[in-house]
Design a protein around this ligand. Structure first.
Ligand code: NAD
Ligand code: IPM
Ligand code: MN
Length: 358
């Protein structure tokens, strides 16, 4: 029996609604897998409401507290009344960067019964993984503003690419491809127009690629890659991209799957002792928060990634199969053209788990 200590940070808006379903589903998974897994959950009510009450997104000892856990399960944060650069940089980005969660894994695949804006023949067999650099690049936080409010005001947001940072995420993409038996890694770049960082990124990619002669590679300029994701998504297998490029491409991946309510993510820090963090790709969705209609698929799929990462691949596969049972049967939330509420969808997944296990 394995006991796992999980820090649950639901966050704001629909983060709270979808994480509740994910957590209940993890409980059911533990139940149906006959005691092979035991969860020790601890809830942390951090985020924008905490900020409005306490003047900070998280308490001062948040990072050392989170560090004690085996994994973090996070919803989303963001309130219209709290400036986004504060809410994002002082919680999610702070955790990702402090814990060196440099590999952000964002899978894209088809789900039975889930409508996509793509024609069925273009979607057939789509199954790829976006590996997003998650600790530096465009998100490094380097820059500043001077001469505010004057005609000669200057704003700098400096990208930072280090050899360590670039090499480790590219190597992770190749290792992941090797481990999963995937055939190709695509280098997403912009080295045609940007002559420093992306050219350096390409050089490191080519160096690392030489260590993996059995894996084919190609180079896709990020603008062309965006078009390729829509026109020929079957040609993608594993792609590795800088922080901002990966952020943008992974939302396109979500759209291919029908909605931002679908894509999950794992923030991993291989080679360090820091805990990983699992969270939906989507945000707090203030436009639908509180209505009980958010799609919990991304949160539940993120939970499956957590289960897999903690060493239970069979249980993770069971959870994904149960999720597919539910979509195949036509149960969908409003974003996917259905009528199921957040709670009804979550309950259907738990029922499907019980049915599969019985
Ligand atoms: P968003 O992902 O919150 O919402 C974009 C659109 O997708 C909205 O129309 C929303 O209703 C819909 N949507 C998203 N998730 C859904 C779900 N599970 N089910 C059904 N529909 C869903 O992005 P946004 O509107 O650009 O940002 C809102 C806030 O969230 C901002 O404060 C932003 O900074 C923050 N944000 C946080 C995260 C995060 O916490 N990881 C990620 C993205 C955005
Ligand atoms: C994501 C989100 C975050 C990002 C924001 C909320 C900081 O968009 O996880 O994709 O840009 O990484
Ligand atoms: Mn994003």
């Amino acid at each position: 029996m394995s006991t796992h200590a999980i820090a649950v940070v639901p966050g704001d808006g629909i983060g709270i609604e979808v994480i509740r379903e994910g957590r209940l589903t993890l409980d059911t998974l533990a139940e149906v897998t006959g005691g092979a897994i035991t969860w020790e959950f601890e809830d942390f009510p951090w985020g924008c409401q905490y900020y409005l009450d306490h003047g900070a997104m998280m308490p001062a000892d948040a990072l050392p507290t989170l560090e004690q856990f085996d994994a973090i399960y996070l919803g989303a944060c963001g309130f219209p009344s709290v400036p986004d650069p504060i809410s994002q940089r002082e919680m999610i980005l702070l955790i990702r960067q402090s814990f060196q969660q440099y590999a952000n894994i964002r899978p894209v695949r088809t789900w039975p019964g889930v409508p996509s804006p793509l024609a069925a023949e273009r979607l057939q067999g789509v199954d790829f993984i976006c590996v997003r650099e998650n600790s530096e690049g465009e998100y490094a936080g380097a820059g500043g503003r001077v001469h505010r409010g004057t005609d000669h005001e200057v704003a700098l947001q400096t990208t930072v690419f280090t050899r360590t940072g670039v090499e480790r995420v590219i190597r992770h993409a190749f290792q992941l491809a090797e481990r999963l038996g995937r055939r190709a890694v695509t280098n997403v770049t912009k080295s045609n127009a940007l002559q420093f960082a992306p050219v350096f990124w390409d050089e490191v990619f080519d160096e690392v690629a030489r260590e993996y002669p059995d894996i084919t590679t190609d180079r896709s300029l990020v603008d062309a890659c965006a078009a390729r994701m829509v026109r020929d998504p079957q040609t993608l297998d594993v792609l590795v991209a800088s922080n901002l490029f990966g952020d943008i491409l992974s939302d396109i991946g979500g759209a291919l799957m029908g909605s931002l309510g679908v894509p999950p993510s794992a923030n991993l820090s291989p080679g360090t002792a820091y805990p990983p963090m699992f969270e939906p790709v989507h945000g707090s969705a203030p436009d639908i928060a509180g209505q009980g209609i958010a799609n919990p698929m991304a949160a539940i799929w993120s939970a499956a990634m957590l289960v897999d990462h903690l060493g239970h691949p069979d249980a993770a596969a069971l959870l994904l199969d149960a999720l597919a049972d539910v979509t195949r049967a036509g149960t969908r939330t409003v974003d996917l053209g259905g009528t199921a509420s957040t709670v009804e969808f979550g309950a259907a997944v738990r029922q499907a788990l019980r049915t599969r296990a019985s």
